[in-house]
Design a protein around this ligand. Sequence first.
Ligand SMILES: Nc1ncnc2c1ncn2[C@@H]1O[C@H](COP(=O)(O)OP(=O)(O)OP(=O)(O)O)[C@@H](O)[C@H]1O
Length: 630
Amino acid sequence: MRRGGIGLLLAFLVLLALGQFAPDLGMASFYLVLLGSVCFWIAQATSWNLLSGYSGYFSFGQAAYVGVGAYTTAVLTGRHGVSFFYTVPIAAVLCGLLSLGIGAVAFRLGSLRGEIFALLTLAVPFILAAFARINRSIDGGQGTTLPLPEYPDALGSFQQFQYLLALVVAAIAVGVAFVVQHTRSGSALAAIHDNEDVAEVLGVPTFRYKMLAIVASGVLGGVAGSVYALQIGFVTVESVFGLTIPLFVIVMGVLGGRSHWLGPVIGAVLIVTLQDRLSSYGLDEWNAIFLGAILVVLVATAPDGLYARIRARPLTALVAFVVVFGVLFTLNVWGETLDWIVAGLLAAALAAIVRGLRRKPAPPPPSAASPVDTPAMPDEDSGQPEIGPVLVECRGVAKYFGGVHALEDVSLDIRAGELIGLVGPNGSGKTTLVNLLSAATRPTKGTIRIDGHDITKLPPHRIAHVGLARTYQIPRPFDSMTVRDNVATAIMFGRTPMSLRQARPLAEQHLATVALDHLADVRPGRLNLHQRQLLEIARAIASDPKVLLLDEALAGLNPAEIDNAVRVVRRIHRSGITIVIVEHLLRVLNQLATRIVVLDRGTCLADGDPQTVMSDPAVVRAYLGKQAHV
Ligand SMILES: Nc1ncnc2c1ncn2[C@@H]1O[C@H](COP(=O)(O)OP(=O)(O)OP(=O)(O)O)[C@@H](O)[C@H]1O
């Protein structure tokens, strides 16, 4: 983080000096205008990326912030004589409130996701544009002109002043994106991006982080819009509320890469300079065609964006830039300096992508059918934990899905130190009970208490903090993170909050518990089923739970893998964690469980020690006789 921060600061200082000394360097004012435009788009693309790139909530509403910011400044300065410098914070507050409203509706009322969220955000600038057009005190269809603002002489010419403003706003936006990415917020947003429900269950307060991202995005977009009004001098509804703004920021984000703060910067620099060059050759009409073609090629060849490719082979990209720029500069038979720079940038991008396509294929993922690749785990010597007081208390719990009574009047106590096998035929309600305990769904009737807390109205992330963790029948890792960061994220948002830097070494310890530490640096996509299930378990215990719910964690494993998983579960239990395991394999439950609870058609059929339950005639009739796999 420190190196990136210093680089960012240096780049800002160099660009600042460039603006201040532009006349002394003989730099044409045209270059300052172009740089100012690059800065505006960097700020907008970064603002968009804070929400849409980091959290995956794809927004088409960036124009709402640009429009509100631009009109705030245009109307207040042009019609009411307010100083430009006062209008910028007002624009920030208005856009902050607007984004707060959008977030409250989308995230609180409906928890709208995917295309519905995109449509909602698309509608907002349409409404605001219509409002501005019909309202004479804002625009009335005439457009609004800005007077030249007064500013200190030390800031140089008007072009220098504009450039300085745009640079500062871009630097603030990039600085915010940098800080967000390198703190807990970045990990939370990445987890939301990969799997929001799992993030919430692991203790991430997803609503809070989404609101943070949308408000940061709105405020930055509005401030940049306010400065943009000054750049264009005459604000019209089409220029600020039009579809060009969202389309451009999306293309810039996708082109550069959405998961890193530098992605939108790269995208904005490439697209704005390329556009400028096309315009200078009278090819304005070709702009959209070129941009569209570039986007199609990039989405097909480098969907993770240019930044990831350049980062993987920075030397290749640098050599391509230097060679192409150097040859054009030396020969000087075509174009001017800016053409050569843009040609060099395109060559660098191309080289990074082409080399990326030709790179050696990653070694095949370890096969699920292969013998256990995970080192076998030693059995723990320590004995069974003591049975303690009641930790989980279900009273008269029922869950109905329309006419389906998945659970009916289930009352159950789970004591500290127990390892309970939850069994029952298919459809008997086992997963529903696990979902109720982890607040993935709410009971229709009854109460559930964990460690004395009534959890029936608590959000899932609070339940993680109360001390309950779960795994999923089909593993649901965070695919964009390494195995280590999957576990580290659970630690960061678990019962003892901490930073990513503090959490990473602890994550290694949890991975060692399930013998997965040798795969800490790989992405979950390269793990086989057994390893993915072990990762689920490591991530669940990382949140430091008192109670762990394992939902068919052994499903689909071969006998050697099952034996390994049994050792893992036993080791976790002996470390003092209370476990409820949903499992069809009675041989496994015989080895592990201290108590067995049998569900049948949503009700509790039997509950007791394994021998007594297994020999209960009702259980044999309802379950063992039909479906047990021993
Ligand atoms: N979201 C839902 N909507 C409608 N019905 C549901 C829903 N979830 C579960 N059910 C129904 O509730 C009943 C219990 O399902 P549940 O998945 O809890 O059973 P299970 O014991 O875990 O089964 P399995 O062993 O097959 O996983 C089933 O009849 C199922 O069809």
